[in-house]
Write a protein that binds this ligand. Structure first.
Ligand code: MG
Length: 241
């Protein structure tokens, strides 16, 4: 499938619109798919009798404490935390669903589009393939191959540069890694809330419960102006939840 991304809107074709200086950076986990549902499916597959325990550990502990806890709790299955991490990176992506309907959602955002994700290249690429959305992006940036990760402001600037942009909007579910990090780097921000309340601190510019709602919200607040994508960064603070 050819990419829905369009050179004419980036100015590469010499169209009347100026170069698209405003780009979109899209998170992967729990932004393009329901990561909690995927994790629950994996946990049930691994150990149906203790899946709720795995889910609770995932919600309570961050890496690497989570890896150590699972390795300690399932010693017959995993020799150590490293073995568990290798298993998770290989197996979790296989539970990610295809989401071809998001191609239209992503394709309706004006300007270049980059995937910006923390994690290992192998696992994150596998998830993106499962989603069927690889061709939707002009650039794919994964922290595992960049040596820097969200919320470090440097990764946002590198991602914008990869798109040929100097401004942009980060779309993601994590209030710290995606939203606070991007805000510190000078980007607009859109939080995928999944119905949650904003936890506090400076609010994102936009809030949507699911990424499917983003294009309509952008139209509402005037962020999408196809004749001149440089106007997309007009100030707006909107919560559609
Ligand atoms: Mg995420």
């Amino acid at each position: 499938m050819t990419s829905p991304r369009r050179s004419s809107e980036t100015g590469a074709s010499g169209a009347s619109a100026p170069s698209a200086r405003f780009g979109w950076l899209i998170d992967l986990d729990h932004t393009l798919f329901d990561r909690e549902a995927v994790f629950a499916a994996w946990a049930t597959w691994l150990d149906p009798t203790r899946s709720t325990e795995l889910i609770e550990l995932d919600q309570r502990l961050a890496w690497p404490a989570f890896d150590r806890a699972v390795a300690a709790g399932w010693p017959a299955r995993f020799a150590n935390a490293g073995a568990f991490r290798a298993h998770l990176q290989e197996q979790l992506p296989t539970f990610v669903p295809a989401r071809p309907e998001l191609a239209d959602v992503l394709g309706s955002l004006p300007g270049p589009l980059g995937l910006l994700s923390n994690g290992s290249v192998t696992a994150q690429r596998a998830k993106l393939r499962r989603l069927g959305l690889e061709s939707c992006f002009d650039a794919i940036l994964i922290s595992g191959e960049l040596g820097v990760e969200k919320p470090d402001r440097a990764i946002f600037q590198r991602a914008l540069a990869a798109l040929g942009c100097d401004r942009g909007c980060m779309v993601g579910d994590d209030p710290v890694r995606d939203i606070a990090g991007a805000r510190a780097a000078g980007l607009r921000t859109c939080w995928i809330s999944w119905g949650r309340d904003w936890p506090g601190g400076p609010r994102p510019d936009l809030v949507v419960p699911r990424i499917e709602r983003l294009p309509a919200l952008c139209e509402t607040v005037g962020w999408i102006r196809r004749a001149n994508t440089s106007e997309v960064c007009e100030r707006a603070t909107v919560d559609s939840t």
